[in-house]
Ligand binder design. Structure first.
Ligand SMILES: [Fe+2]
Length: 295
């Protein structure tokens, strides 16, 4: 899931218990009352969700299942070329449905036997400390809605294609899953908001937008790249920098544009040694030193 509030459509609970998702006028589904009604219903599922119970079923149309099938097929072709071996291995083991949108409960049932991770429904933005904190317990907050069918290769907000194709395939590999858990432990350990933001930015530039050297080629493992039909064709041309904690934790990013600064790990082991060890040991003091080292 993306972290910044403005890219999640605001979700408002009404006095009568119903839920309204405020899509902006530029959203592809803004003028589609059927889509908007479904968005409200799907957000309501997450707002009213009781932890420990099965995730309620989200209703999708045949058109929306078709969007999933189209994007799955096209991204699959690109993944074969651009995704890391671990991501491809995770995807093969997870075995997501190709022709229809899986329910989040089904994703959990596929994922849990592999790495222990389960999905939780999110109506929209989840506060950073909650979103990251529960990673330590093997939970991943996910939106359930899908992008508007008129633009299958575009979404202004993180949808179920990003959350599941991008993240679940990565979470299905034990080495990536271990890194997600360490990020969660770091978020629980740090006390200050600045330190928490640093932890989340390192996550952004790794598990969301990370790239890795693999047998002489640059591959992607970040969910944001691997779920984006356009971005996956562009990442090799971006400003690729060495993996550097101070830089990742303090570099500004703009979620509305393709990420033009990316950080390259030389191997999974390198990612684990630098970023995994950071999340495993960081605290407010060590992060303050990393911030100071950057200035
Ligand atoms: Fe994400």
């Amino acid at each position: 899931m993306f972290e910044e509030a403005q890219y999640f459509a605001p979700v408002a609970a009404q006095a009568d218990g119903s839920v309204v998702v405020e899509l902006s006028a530029s959203h592809p589904g803004f003028a589609d009352p059927v889509y908007r009604s479904r968005r409200n219903a799907i957000a309501g599922l997450a707002v009213n969700y009781q932890p420990g119970t099965p995730i309620p079923i989200a209703e999708y149309t045949e058109q929306e299942h078709g969007v999933w099938a189209t994007v799955t097929r096209e991204l699959g072709i690109k993944h074969a070329k651009y995704a890391t071996a671990e991501y491809l291995d995770g995807a093969a083991r997870l075995g997501l449905p190709q022709e229809r949108i899986p329910q989040l409960e089904e994703v959990s049932q596929l994922l849990e036997p592999l790495t222990g991770f389960r999905y939780l429904p999110a109506a929209g933005l989840v506060p950073l400390r909650d979103f990251y904190g529960v990673l330590a317990d093997g939970f991943f907050h996910s939106t359930q809605y899908i992008r508007h069918h008129s633009v299958p290769f575009y979404t202004p907000e993180p949808d179920v294609i990003h959350e599941v194709i991008g993240h679940a395939n990565a979470l299905a590999h034990p080495r990536y899953a271990a890194l997600y858990r360490l990020a969660g432990q770091a978020a629980r350990r740090v006390e200050g908001e600045e330190a928490l933001e640093f932890v989340s930015k390192v996550f952004w530039f790794t598990m969301e937008f990370g790239v890795m050297q693999e047998t002489g080629e640059l591959k992607a493992y970040g969910a944001g790249i691997l779920s984006s039909y356009g971005e996956i064709e562009e990442f090799r041309g971006m400003d690729i920098r060495p993996l550097d904690l101070s830089a990742m934790g303090t570099t500004h990013y703009d979620i509305t544009k393709y990420q033009d600064v990316l950080f390259r790990a030389e191997s999974v082991q390198h990612l684990e040694d630098v970023v995994g060890d950071f999340w495993d040991t960081c605290d407010d003091d060590s992060i303050a030193k990393l911030v100071a080292a950057r200035v």
